[in-house]
Ligand binder design. Sequence first.
Ligand code: ADP
Ligand code: MG
Length: 223
Amino acid sequence: PDPEPAGSDQLAMAGMLAAGIAHEIRNPLTSLRGFLQLLRADKQRYSDIMLAEVDRINEIVNELLRLADPKPREPEQKPLLPLVRSVVTLLEGQANLMNVRMRIETDEAAEVAVVVCEENKLKQVFINLVKNAIEAMPDGGEIELHCFCEGKRVCLQVADRGSGIDVQLADRLGQPFVTTKENGMGLGLMICRSIIEGHKGDLQFDGREHGGTVVTVSLPILR
Ligand code: ADP
Ligand code: MG
């Protein structure tokens, strides 16, 4: 039998997904293209970097395929910290290329805090936030990932020393296609917002005293 025609909701979702995928794949592609141009000058070094970038595209595509898994998933009970660690591992290559270091700090309670979540979606949130932090520091620096518990919530703060969020953007953050980047799609924070809402969590953006941004995700603790 013919598949049912897609409703406008489904079309909108497909468009959003396609845009999201394009967004994720474009960064390594841009980098590959640049290194291809440089390759003429210095073969060995640049081909190593290109290989690493190809591996990264692969990783991203694998992540996306996992995210796009159409099977409806039951929310799972997961400790938050290993999830944060896996995101750091995933983005280490990109951070290194930008001279950015990532440091995880956690209090005792957050060390074992469990949340009810769809793991891959939550991962996508942390990936988007850490990527924004990396992209905010073109001259490199340190990103602190701070996990702590506050009452019945566990929080993850992603703190960078970048440019800080443009004040004109403040009340439009999380709306689609809001971006200040030449190659940006402005979808990352929208995706973060909708996923965090779906997890009964909260997302907050603050400036830092000596420059930079702190993004705080808070989620209900299961135990
Ligand atoms: P994109 O990264 O494609 O631009 P996002 O939705 O992830 O889209 O972010 C939207 C905008 O919010 C960015 O273009 C940037 O201006 C701002 N922004 C987000 N995170 C940060 C950050 N850590 N530091 C400075 N600006 C940020
Ligand atoms: Mg982004």
